[in-house]
Design a protein around this ligand. Structure first.
Ligand code: KIV
Ligand code: ZN
Length: 515
């Protein structure tokens, strides 16, 4: 039986990064792209180069450094966008330009203010322009699922003739149901001239929770590329989650037959953790495939069944996604070598200096809590090694609080110019620490969300704080971990401020183009 491949097109770095608050630095994007390559994704959409200098640079760096997958850049149907994408992708071994224009009556009338024949002309010109940079050109009729089918047939026939090799069918607003999405793909296969020369692609948003189901319905009806993101990140309710579509096809091979993906499934968990740590988006415990409860069994009947035969309540094994059954625990007597080995097996490629920094912090934590778990190590690395370029560093924090006392905090914040000290009172210890940080930095980004959770069980668990702040143009998420939750909270706020300052500095001088 010859197998037929469904290409996995990852758009975590482009559509995923459009999640409110999910700002990634350029080096973080490169790190995620390298991990996606290790996972053997077929195409990485690295960014939207014209939209900001940082997006251009991230796409360019991925093109230059990531080996294996095709590297793709997004462009609207305009000369400026396509030139920027072509330029950013120049160094890629294999490159793709993905150009798009809206085709639904509602988008053409209100957003583009253009007639269908003008839109068709722009689409054809864009594809021809893109084809001058690369033979691998993808076209998306944005809001395809609310477009009129005869117009879709016409525009897709025309772009194939102009050189498009992949036709992506976005359900931009996550509106359709699986049966409808499958039928759209089937109808396109029947009615678009030349479609046999192109790859049909799915691009489903999750507004009704249908993104993975719709993508799979597309595959059942002839699509051979799925656009998706790690952990289902993306605009509003997100995009189809890669781990869900891949594991559905893997687990239900009986249903999909010879149609398979090339994903190395044992890298799924690691990639999911990396994206969660770098974006600051915590994975809900009951998230399919990668949530912390996805393989946990609580009820007596289930546990009993699992012990007798795993298949009673487990349709896939944790090992398939790279989760080992046993939890390795380190302690204060674990040497540097053992610690470095553990970091490596968790998927972190750290330099000797980075291991040294992380190991020092590990020893401090191991002094406070007897057992250090994988989750703790991940937090240490995010906190100590993977910090964004820090404009501000929290050097010192002291908080006084208690019944009948006005909570007071004093901080020392280090910058390139020196150390600034500030003290403040607040409603509680975290509020006081945040006020002192605002005074020391002279910045007061509004806090939109604040959460604290224990990374592992037990009273000595590391606390991880996540804070979302509003910058001038967008929101930013910061994280901090410590055995002291006030310190974790202060670190998270400083991290969010650093992300805001570095991103907004990168984006000054250019208007960030929103889709
Ligand atoms: O959802 C969408 O329509 C998009 C396009 C740019 C492909 O992300
Ligand atoms: Zn999208």
């Amino acid at each position: 039986m010859s197998s037929e491949r469904v290409l996995i097109f990852d758009t975590t770095l482009r559509d995923g990064e459009q999640s409110p608050g999910a700002s990634l630095s350029i080096s973080e994007k490169l790190e995620i792209a390298q991990q996606l390559a290790k996972m053997r994704v077929d195409v990485i959409e690295a960014g939207f180069p014209v939209s900001s200098p940082a997006q251009f640079e991230a796409t360019r760096l991925c093109a230059e450094n990531v080996v294996g997958p095709v590297i793709c850049g997004l462009a609207r149907a305009s000369e400026k966008d396509i030139e920027a994408a072509g330029k950013a992708l120049q160094a890629a071994e294999r490159r793709r330009i993905h150009t798009f224009i809206a085709t639904s009556p509602i988008h053409m009338k209100h957003k583009l203010r253009k007639k269908p024949d003008e839109v068709l002309k722009m689409a054809v010109e864009a594809v021809k322009m893109a084809a001058a940079f690369t033979s691998d050109v993808e076209f998306s009729p944005e809001d395809a699922c609310r477009s009129e089918m005869p117009f879709l047939y016409e525009i897709l026939t025309a772009v194939i003739a102009a050189g498009a090799t992949t036709l992506n069918i976005p359900d931009t607003v996550g509106y359709v149901l699986p049966y409808e999405y499958g039928r759209i793909i089937a109808q396109l296969k029947e009615n678009v001239k030349g479609i046999e020369r192109a790859v049909i692609s799915t691009h489903c948003h999750n507004d009704l929770g249908m993104a993975a189901a719709n993508s799979l319905a597309g595959v059942r009806n002839g699509a051979r590329q799925i656009e998706c993101t790690i952990n289902g990140l993306g605009e509003r309710a997100g995009n189809a989650a890669m781990e869900e579509v891949v594991m559905a096809m893997h687990t239900r091979a009986d249903f999909f037959g010879e149609v398979t993906t090339g994903i190395k499934t044992t890298e799924i968990y690691r990639t999911s953790q990396l994206v969660s740590q770098l974006t600051g988006f915590v994975i809900q415990p009951n998230k399919a495939i990668v949530g912390s409860n996805a393989f946990a069994h609580e009820s007596g009947i289930h546990v009993d069944g699992i012990l007798k035969e795993r298949k009673t309540y487990e349709i896939m094994t944790p090992e398939t996604i790279g989760l080992s059954g046993s939890r390795m625990v380190l302690g204060r007597h674990s040497g540097r070598h053992g610690f470095a080995d553990r970091c490596k097996s968790l998927g972190y490629n750290l330099s000797k200096e980075q291991v040294d920094i992380a190991y020092d912090k590990f020893l401090q934590i191991a002094d406070k809590k007897k057992e250090v778990f994988d989750e703790d190590i991940a937090a240490i690395i995010t906190d100590e090694v993977r910090t964004v370029d820090s404009v501000y560093t929290l050097d010192y924090l002291q908080v006084a609080c208690g019944t009948g006392t006005l909570p007071t905090a004093s901080v020392k914040i280090r910058t390139a110019e020196g150390v600034v000290q500030a003290a403040a009172c607040g409603d509680g210890p975290v509020d006081a620490a945040y006020e002192a940080i605002r005074q020391a930095t002279g910045l007061c980004p509004k806090i939109e969300n604040y959460a604290i959770r224990a990374l592992t069980g037990g009273k000595e668990a590391l606390g991880e704080a996540t804070v979302r702040v509003r910058g001038e143009k967008r929101t930013f998420i910061g994280r901090g971990a410590s055995t002291d939750i006030i310190e974790a909270s202060a670190k998270a706020y400083v991290d969010a401020i650093n992300r805001m300052v570095t991103t907004e500095n990168n984006e000054t001088g250019e208007t960030r183009v929103e889709l």
